[in-house]
Design a protein around this ligand. Sequence first.
Ligand code: NAD
Length: 462
Amino acid sequence: MTLKYTAVSEFPQIIEKLENTFSKNLTKPINYRKKQLERLYNLLDENEQEICDALYKDLHKHKTESLLGEINVIKQDCLDAIEHLDEWASPEYVKVGVAFKLNRCHIRKDPVGLVLIIGAWNYPVYLVLLPLVGAIAAGCTAIIKPSELAMYTATIIDALLPKYLDQEAYKCINGGVTEVTELLKYKFDHIFYTGSGAVGKKIMLAASNYLTPVTLELGGKSPAILDDNINFSVTAKRLIWAKSFNSGQTCIAPDYILCTKKTQEALLKEIPKVLRDQFGNDIQKSPDYARIINHRHFDRLVKLLEQTKGNIVIGGKTDRNDLFIEPTFVENVLKDDKLMEDEIFGPIFPIVIVENIKEAVKFINEKDFPLSLYPFSNDNDTIKFILDNTRSGGVTVNDCLIHATVPTLPFGGIGASGTGSYHGRKSFEIFTHERSVLKSPFFSEKLLERRYAPYNELNYKI
Ligand code: NAD
């Protein structure tokens, strides 16, 4: 199977068409937006099995993971947007001081225009269609560019989109680096990018040519900090779930663990049972465990296991033909270990020993701000200390990942883990320009006389 790329020669026509559609105000009526959101919902609902099959072919994703981690989240967001769109899109009248009492002041919620949405391969449906919900809700036209690495999914998205959504307003472009590089030569009104920080810099640079605003949803090393007083069996279950969901290829997967030596021992004791409970005796045979996306990423992860100076205590089995890597725990990993350089983005869990929580916080602060932070503790003061003294995109306390599933919580990074946030209303806001409008009546002229020259500054004393 090869993915059919969109010809670069078609780009000018596509872009011109979507710009025209926007200029004609076709995507702005609220009823039009709601209808398109309904159709996007139907696209996911009526083709659920085909989409899950594509995700299985790309990532060996179990249907439950495809529903929980991709399809259901987007459907829910469509429903939320349909329900709240009238309120989100209605003009906001603001209070004004005495000096402006004769004016009408309000904020219009205008769509920004034509937007470009570029997705990554690990959640290949979610990462293009979830931002698209925001773009449609805001009244924009949009191009989505799914990741070429999840080629079955990119193919089905390209096939389904025109069957459900208005082709004059929304378009899927397929391709790789060449196509994105070409696309970035055009002027968009917003670029929404999900992927690595290295490419994020290129996107930001290209966007700066037109001063186009960007949302960058990037990654990073998200730490789990374990206090000594926790419930180890529950913690083990939650950590394994979060690290093996999509085989650790989740931007907010816990990347590494920080804890004391005593806690490391207590945790590791629980792990084999949890792994058996969740995946049986032979994890490779479990239908619930995903695979690594391709050989390049597989080789990268295996190399990390070969290079680590830590001790592989649990797991370690790999199979290149099957792109399988067992959930693998590496104990006593040191600061300067290869595993501690870049985001792991796979089912390898290094444990770094620290003396106490204060040292854990210091360790985190010596790195880039992570996308997520996972403190596990029974002590509220400890949790507060960690939150007060670190920065991260988001936080789940005593669990992992789930803050990202709450539509009313903004999702995004800080610093190297990204800029801007979305989900729910925030997605609408990303693609909306808050346009301030003041309407002045002609009859107020008498009161305005003082602002004209010749000036008399005494009149302006407050
Ligand atoms: P990827 O290889 O699929 O790349 C992402 C997109 O960028 C693709 O559409 C691709 O075509 C394009 N691209 C790749 N190289 C390019 C280049 N040189 N020039 C222009 N465009 C290019 O995905 P990836 O980068 O491997 O994604 C993994 C990263 O994404 C991880 O760091 C992960 O944490 C992060 N991520 C973040 C989120 C989030 O919501 N914050 C979600 C998923 C993944």
